[in-house]
Design a protein. Structure first.
Length: 256
C-alpha cells in the first residue's frame, strides 16, 4: 500500500475541488472524522483536512467554469517543468502550467492522452501527506481507463513506473504500479479497464466498509458501487459526496 516515504512518481498529495468547502468539511468530518483548517486568507479559500493531527488532504473552492467537483491526485516530481514537458511529449495535455505555491512547492495540472486528470507536486516546504494507509486515509490510487496498455505506456514514460500484472475476476488483467527503482512491495496503485471516461479513483482505508457507506449515505452522499468482497484484497465500495466527487472505500482483507 501507499506510504509517506515519498519518492519521484509516487502519490504525495490529494485534494478536493468543490463548490462549497464548508459543506465538504461537514460531510468528510462525518464520514472519516476529519477536521478542516483554513490555510489563511492569502490561500484563496484553500484549506487542509486533518486526521488525528496529521494532514491527510487538501480542499479548495471551485469557481464557476473551473470543472467538475472531483478528487485530485498529485505525483511527486523533482522537476515540475521537466515532467510537464514529458507529459506534453507523450501526448498528454497541460491544463495549468507549472506554478509556485508560495514557498511550499511547485505544481502543474495535467491530463493523460485518454483525458484522465492528475497533478504533480515538486516539494518545497510542504512535502505532502502526513498519513496514508491507515484508518480513514488514502491507501490506493487507481487509473480507470478504456485502454490500460496505452495508459501504462504513457505513465511509465513520464514517471518511470514499474508494473506487475495479476488476473482479474471474470477475466482480463489488473496492472499494479510502483515507483521507479521500487519493488512490488512498494505498490501504491493500479490501472484497470473501464468502459467510461478515463479518471483517477482514490481509495481510503476504513475499518468497516459497510458502516462507512451508511455514514456517507446518511450525510447526503450516493452509492455508486455497493460494498463487495474481492478475494485477497478486502471489501470495497465506491461512493460520491453530495457535490458529486467520487471516491472509493477499502477495508483490507487483513482487517476482516
Amino acid at each position: 500500500m501507499l506510504s509517506t516515504r515519498f519518492v519521484p512518481g509516487s502519490p504525495n498529495w490529494i485534494d478536493l475541488g468543490t463548490p462549497d468547502v464548508d459543506a465538504a468539511a461537514t460531510f468528510y468530518g462525518g464520514v472519516f472524522g476529519w477536521t478542516h483548517r483554513s490555510a489563511g486568507p492569502e490561500a484563496g479559500g484553500y484549506g487542509m483536512f486533518h486526521h488525528d493531527g496529521k494532514m491527510v488532504a487538501g480542499v479548495g473552492p471551485l469557481q464557476q467554469g473551473q470543472g467538475p467537483t472531483a478528487w485530485n491526485v498529485y505525483f511527486q516530481t523533482p522537476d515540475a517543468n521537466a515532467t510537464t514537458d514529458a507529459v506534453r511529449a507523450g501526448g498528454g495535455t497541460v491544463l495549468a502550467d507549472p506554478m509556485d505555491v508560495f514557498d511550499l512547492g511547485r505544481m502543474a495540472v495535467l491530463a493523460d492522452p485518454a483525458g484522465a486528470t492528475f497533478a504533480i507536486w515538486q516539494p518545497g516546504k510542504h512535502q505532502g501527506l502526513e498519513a496514508t494507509s491507515e484508518g480513514d486515509t488514502l491507501c490506493w490510487a487507481e487509473l480507470n481507463t478504456p485502454d490500460p496498455a496505452a495508459g501504462t505506456a504513457f505513465y511509465t514514460k513520464v514517471f518511470g513506473w514499474g508494473t506487475t500484472s495479476m488476473p482479474m475476476p471474470g477475466g482480463g488483467d489488473y496492472t499494479m504500479i510502483h515507483p521507479a527503482g521500487g519493488t512490488p512491495d512498494d505498490m501504491f496503485g493500479g490501472i484497470a479497464p473501464s468502459s467510461g471516461n478515463a479518471h483517477w479513483l482514490l481509495y481510503f482505508d476504513v475499518a468497516n466498509c459497510d458502516a462507512t457507506v451508511a455514514k456517507a449515505r446518511d450525510l447526503g452522499g450516493a452509492v455508486t458501487t455497493a460494498p463487495v468482497d474481492l478475494e485477497g484484497v478486502g471489501r470495497i465500495a465506491v461512493v460520491s459526496d453530495p457535490a458529486g466527487a467520487t471516491f472509493a472505500l477499502l477495508t483490507p482483507a487483513e482487517q476482516g
